[in-house]
Design a protein around this ligand. Sequence first.
Ligand code: CU
Length: 171
Amino acid sequence: MRSLPFVLFLALSLVACGGSDSSDTSTAESSTNETTEQTASPDEVDQTVTIQPRGNEMKYKQTEFTVSPGETVRIVFENVATSPSMVHNVVFINSTDDEIFRRVGEAGTRAGSTNDYIPEDDAIIAHTPVAQPGETVEVTFTVPEETGDYGYVCTYPGHWATMQGTMKVRS
Ligand SMILES: [Cu+2]
């Protein structure tokens, strides 16, 4: 399910390459309103947000940031931790409800390392890969059109309860 937008993007790219005389602006527009869209290239990014953990704690140093509806945001997660157990990711969800944090966090543990601790859950709108200590990972996605507060959480086992933040979508 999560790979559908990427497949769609590829299909549109192929169509665009096939046509020779039309303008070159055709690929981006028809596939943008999906909240799971993660295929934007760097030159389309409206805002880059850098997130780090707070040292070797199971916490994000940046616990909130603000973006605009529908913009393309690039999340760069720099895992500056040094402890080998401080493996992290950043999973964005469509809620700041404690129960949704719990549901996604516990499902992430069950999803396991082979899935980067990412469960199948309708609340998830985007996520980074897992970052080992010292590693930097990133994800680019389209911010939802609906204003409000969206949560982000680390789904590495044992981290979800304390490693949370809020993405504020404000027009
Ligand atoms: Cu973590």
